[in-house]
Ligand binder design. Structure first.
Ligand SMILES: *[C@@H]1O[C@H](CO)[C@@H](O)[C@H](O)[C@H]1NC(C)=O
Ligand SMILES: *[C@@H]1O[C@H](CO)[C@@H](O)[C@H](O)[C@H]1NC(C)=O
Ligand SMILES: *[C@@H]1O[C@H](CO)[C@@H](O)[C@H](O)[C@H]1NC(C)=O
Ligand SMILES: *[C@@H]1O[C@H](CO)[C@@H](O)[C@H](O)[C@H]1NC(C)=O
Ligand SMILES: *[C@@H]1O[C@H](CO)[C@@H](O)[C@H](O)[C@H]1NC(C)=O
Length: 539
């Protein structure tokens, strides 16, 4: 009898648990509904009218602000004259790459139609962004902030700031994405961007109150340029990057690479007047500089020169700073348990990928390649081909785990990895420009940066204790960066350059995280509204 009851009880618990954890939504967590109408519009951020992409009439796009575990429903209405997709950069969708919004997972939303994304921001906090993922549209705007606040029961490892300010900063051209795209398609590389914009403006004035502490959430939404951010007379305490709480180091200036986000605390504890803040480009010639003003409320004293200086080309400065960005092991993030409770440094690596980027020519056209394969999107999304078992779309032989001396070629690069594999990825950059790499569906631990060629003995120098966990990492010119990643999220995930013209020209690939067990515990079913295209049209 007793045994029977026990079984019933545990079965009951199991059923409740199953109901709450299956599918893309959790019945108990709040829903947030958005309707995003995507149109062209005219703005003149550089003083001359140009065509930009607006979301609900706004440039930049509206902010998505939610809390850990919220269900996000976004109905996207595409009013452009070409197909469109949003991707939610760094926002991890558990067990479902179906909502990732890249061409490897989704068919694009045709013009004059709409499609609804549905996902849950399970177990996450932090500063993220979203943006158009295809057709180089991102160069015309459409990007917005995506902020996930902690639940009220979770403590934050720093005193709560008086207010938060979002700074979306990025390089900008005076021509639209179609012009830039045409140029890339004809094999001509893009010139240096014209300027750096702050929230879509050529400058910005922040009016803040003396004696208070503010949190600035800074995201580099640019398509090519690394930036340095600094405030005259004020120090910044770094508290979070891309969803992980950092060791709270104090900085005079901070480098932020394309696709990265950082949250800093700034206390208004100086003489109440106006101060300059400066954003300047890194590793470019000439240097692009944008100046804003931090005004103490009520101040009538203008800021005084000189502008605060920052690094320009100093590579080692940047690499040294990068190593100081570490994980606070005792702090929590979205859940009450400490971030350091996952001892990534003690896990055995079962697979190593060495990814070498190159700028090359294939059949006369300028292309970017990884291990000599330049990625091209097949008309059928990889995920749909995989799900419906449609052959002839991709294979696991095109791409090799390590660089192979062979002529560069176009191809559909997919790496087949077993679910839960612990993988080391080394980004080897032999070019003399800075690179930035992003992984969808997961965060990774950044364990090392070094100059020259990576070799096995570099592993002795890895930070196996408190490397930061993030979704986008830079690779310095003629240098390498190493990451460790636990591939626990089943799906087809994009690993890509966030330097957007390089991405457009093929510097990306997909990682298929897989096991043969078909179970809703590991992967959600194809959504009922999934768009079908290419060879998947008839399914
Ligand atoms: C398109 O939008 C309408 C409401 O405007 C909605 O009912 C419908 O589900 C949307 N279609 C898709 C495929 O998301
Ligand atoms: C790490 O987080 C804890 C909260 O768990 C906080 O008290 C501490 O100040 C943080 N340490 C550093 C160095 O940031
Ligand atoms: C890793 O394991 C060693 C012993 O095997 C232990 O001393 C060390 O504390 C562990 N490190 C972490 C970060 O868990
Ligand atoms: C192909 O790969 C080898 C080794 O990585 C490299 O030396 C060579 O330049 C590459 N070829 C092209 C055409 O990119
Ligand atoms: C891909 O990986 C999965 C999971 O490990 C494995 O079952 C499958 O056989 C692999 N497929 C190929 C073609 O290697």
């Amino acid at each position: 009898m007793r045994e029977g009851k026990m079984i019933n009880l545990s079965l009951g618990i199991m059923i409740i648990w199953v109901c709450c954890s299956l599918g893309w939504v959790n019945g108990e967590d709040p829903y947030r509904y958005y309707t995003f109408q995507v149109t062209y519009g005219t703005r003149a951020p550089l003083g001359v009218a140009q065509k930009v992409i607006l979301v609900n009439g706004q440039f930049p796009a509206p902010k998505i602000e939610c809390a850990t575990n919220d269900n996000i429903i976004v109905n996207v209405i595409n009013k452009l004259d070409e197909p469109f997709l949003f991707t939610w950069s760094g926002v991890k969708q558990r067990r479902t790459s179906w909502q990732d919004g890249v061409l490897g997972t989704n068919c694009p939303i045709p013009p004059n139609s709409n499609w609804t994304y549905k996902f849950q921001v399970k177990d996450q906090i932090g500063t993220f962004t979203y943006f158009p993922s295809i057709n180089f549209q991102r160069a015309s705007g459409g990007f917005g902030a995506f902020v996930i606040q902690p639940r009220s029961v979770i403590t934050t490892p720093y005193p709560l700031p008086h207010a938060e300010i979002d700074l979306l900063i990025g390089d900008w051209y005076d021509t639209d994405h179609k012009t830039l795209r045409k140029q890339l398609d004809s094999g001509v590389l893009l010139p240096l961007p014209k300027h750096l914009l702050i929230n879509g403006q050529p400058s910005s004035t922040l009016i803040l109150k003396k004696g208070l502490t503010y949190k600035l959430r800074i995201s580099n939404v640019g398509i090519a340029t690394s930036i340095n951010f600094r405030i005259q007379g004020h120090l910044m305490t770094l508290v979070e990057v891309e969803g992980a709480h950092t060791v709270q180091e104090v900085y005079e200036s901070l480098d932020i690479h394309p696709g990265q986000s950082a949250a800093v605390l700034v206390s208004l504890n100086r003489l109440p007047k106006d101060y300059y803040f400066v954003v300047s480009s890194r590793f470019t010639k000439p240097i692009l500089t944008t100046v804003g003003i931090l005004r103490y409320e009520g101040s009538s004293i203008p800021p005084s020169k000189p502008l605060p200086i920052g690094p320009t080309y100093q590579l080692h400065w940047s690499m040294k700073q990068a190593r100081t960005i570490r994980l606070n092991l005792t702090a929590n993030a979205a859940r009450p348990n400490p971030q350091g409770s996952f001892h990534y440094g003690n896990i055995t690596v079962v697979r190593r990928l060495i990814l070498k980027n190159s700028l090359t020519k294939i059949k006369g056209a300028v292309r970017c390649a990884v291990n000599n394969v330049s990625y091209v999107d097949p008309p059928t999304p990889l995920k749909l081909a995989d799900w419906f078992k449609i052959g002839g779309v991709f294979d696991f032989k095109t791409f090799t785990d390590i660089p192979t001396p062979r002529p560069a070629m176009l191809g559909v690069s997919v790496v087949n990895v077993t679910l839960h594999d612990f993988v080391e990825i080394v980004f080897q950059n032999d070019e003399n420009t800075v690179q930035a790499w992003h992984f969808d569906g997961t965060s990774f631990y950044v364990v090392g940066y070094g100059s020259g060629d990576w070799s096995y003995k570099m592993r002795k120098r890895y930070n196996l204790v408190d490397g930061i966990s993030r979704h986008t990492v830079q690779v310095y010119p003629r240098s390498w960066t190493a990451i460790l990643v636990s591939l626990d999220n089943k799906g087809m995930w994009n690993l890509r350059s966030t330097i957007w013209w390089r991405n457009y020209l093929g510097q990306q690939l997909y990682v298929r995280v897989w096991n043969d067990e078909k179970s809703l515990y590991t992967e959600a079913d194809i959504p009922l509204n999934a768009l079908k295209c290419g060879k998947a049209s008839k399914y």
